[in-house]
Design a protein. Structure first.
Length: 269
């Protein structure tokens, strides 16, 4: 599996973050669009498997196929760039500024959202035979997910908001480990195995991923879910984005960087 030691793959993380900052806006937008679209297809796949088999766990086991495909193709998710790009700044790479990082985040967010939204409309056509029938069973379940994960949190007020945020933190702790997993091996099989494990975990635990939600909630609204766009933004997407940023950067990016690149002085006895 050609495993790389942490000091090697963490350096690759910093290099990747720097490379993304200098990427042309067109390329970043296209890569983010494709990532959002592929992850949305994977979400449909996981929900379909769960509905057909009655086993949400099986859906979670199979969901990472989409994540593996998009990262093997070199596409980018917002949750990944949240982790990688700041490391280039912390490492004092030439020309990397916070302004450039925030701009890249905005481009990737836009691309991910447009890709996920495209799949939401395409799948709505599939679920309703071109809007001529009521949504299929899978379409109805997606509508219920959107309602449950907005109004379900809203019902608990501040406690619900805290819960969304924490689920976002925990999600990108796991997802960012999947991003790093793509760098720990030089073989395709090694990359896939390393990516698969944490992605399966986040999905099975019901944590909140901002890009997956860019598909689930617009799709839920199209499918007739009883919630509004403002419910989606305030009671899911915005706190989830913030949680994803905090979780991925603090629990994965900075812990790996500080202990394998900017290490503390060795102890003396």
């Amino acid at each position: 599996m050609s495993y790389l030691v942490p000091s090697e793959f963490v350096t690759k993380m910093v290099d990747a973050g720097e490379s993304k900052i200098y990427m042309a806006t067109r390329d970043a937008l296209i890569r983010a669009y494709m990532a959002g679209a592929i992850l949305a297809i994977a979400a449909v796949f996981a929900v379909t498997v769960s509905v057909q088999t009655g086993s949400p766990l099986l859906g979670a086991v199979l969901f990472p196929v989409g994540f593996c495909i998009l990262y093997l193709m070199g596409f980018d998710l917002l949750t990944g760039v949240f982790v990688l790009t700041p490391l280039a700044k912390f490492d004092n790479r030439p020309g990397v500024t916070w302004g450039a990082i925030f701009k890249h985040w905005g481009v990737v967010f836009t691309g991910n959202f447009l890709g996920a939204l495209t799949v939401a409309f395409l799948m709505a056509i599939v679920f309703t035979y071109g809007f001529t029938t009521e949504p299929s069973q899978v379409g109805k379940v997606i509508g219920d997910i959107g309602e449950g994960r907005t109004l379900g949190y809203k019902e608990y007020g501040a406690g619900g908001m805290l819960t969304i945020f924490i689920r976002g933190v925990l999600c990108n702790w796991m997802v960012s480990l999947g991003v790093v997993g793509a760098m720990v091996s030089t073989s395709v099989s090694g990359k896939v195995i390393a990516m698969w494990m944490p992605i399966m975990l986040f999905f099975a635990m019901g944590f909140e991923h901002s890009v997956v939600n860019m598909f689930l909630f617009p799709s839920g609204l199209i499918m007739g879910g009883n919630f509004s766009i403002m419910d989606y933004l305030i009671w899911n997407e915005i706190p989830v984005v913030i949680g994803n940023l905090v979780g991925g950067l603090s629990l994965t990016g900075l812990t790996l960087y500080s202990t394998h690149v900017r290490t503390a002085p060795k102890r003396s006895f």
